[in-house]
Design a protein around this ligand. Structure first.
Ligand SMILES: Nc1ncnc2c1ncn2[C@@H]1O[C@H](COP(=O)(O)OP(=O)(O)OP(=O)(O)O)[C@@H](O)[C@H]1O
Length: 233
């Protein structure tokens, strides 16, 4: 089942006289429940594509459908609703609110979402049931990222979009965080897209999409996937 369909998607940023062509015509289909890794050099357009899929940004041209509805026809209010109901985001830097505990950071989302799990349940999934009442400053980087993942998945999103989720973490902690993302993908059936600079992570994907200079250079399917725990880097 196709979740996203992008056709001829371009993105041009205008910086005074200069035009930056971040995406130059992307055609892409993403399927329900799949785990996709986006790989490509710095500046190739990965974050721009992820942000457009997540409704944080809009393309200059082309169309995107999500569950057969045309996102590119949505106004700001509809895009906000789309994000709220369907998309969880995880970024490299965890963006937790320092004055709130882990539980309260997750509750911020569960209070506004329909049919959300409880903050306790979400924190339990990421292995932090016993750290619920700790503040971000009392947690390690990996633990903070797991709180950010709990916050992203608590509303049971159909789609989880992760922009370099392990970029700020050491190998062991990064592997733990990937293990959590893998678990969410498998148990909740969440369509998952992970941007990374680390080619090793692509071994756990169903498909690997290579982006180069604003275009899809190639797409590879992994016939045998590794689990996060089996990755060596
Ligand atoms: N808001 C913006 N205004 C102007 N140019 C931008 C903006 N956002 C991104 N760009 C430019 O668009 C191009 C693609 O950027 P993007 O962040 O999508 O790349 P990326 O592949 O995610 O890079 P990285 O791996 O370094 O995060 C780059 O040349 C970048 O400088």
């Amino acid at each position: 089942m196709i979740v996203f369909k992008a056709q001829g998607v371009t993105k041009v940023y205008h910086m005074g006289e200069v035009q930056v062509h971040a995406l130059r015509g992307v055609d892409l289909e993403l399927h329900h429940g799949e785990f996709v890794v986006l790989l490509g050099p710095s500046g190739s357009g990965k974050s721009t594509l992820l942000n457009i899929l997540g409704g944080l940004d809009v393309p200059s041209n082309g169309s995107i459908t999500y569950a057969q509805k045309t996102l590119t026809d949505y106004d700001d209010a509809s895009l906000t609703l789309y994000r709220r109901e369907n998309v969880g985001f995880v970024f490299q830097f965890y963006n937790l609110i320092p004055s709130l505990t882990a539980r309260e950071n997750v509750a911020l989302i569960t209070e506004i979402a329909n049919d959300a799990m409880s903050p306790e349940e979400a924190l339990d999934i990421v292995g932090l049931a016993d750290r619920m009442n700790h503040f971000p400053s009392q947690l390690s980087g990996g633990e903070q990222q797991r709180v950010a993942i709990a916050r992203a998945i608590a509303k049971k999103p159909n789609v989880l979009l992760c922009d370099e989720p392990t970029g700020a973490l050491d190998v062991k902690t990064g592997s733990l965080v990937l293990d959590v993302i893998e678990h969410v993908n498998k148990t909740l059936g969440t369509t998952t897209v992970v941007i990374t600079h680390n080619a090793v992570i692509s071994e756990m994907a169903d498909r690997v999409i290579y982006i180069s200079d604003g275009e899809i250079a190639k797409i590879e399917k992994n016939h045998i996937k590794k689990t996060a725990k089996d990755l060596v880097w």
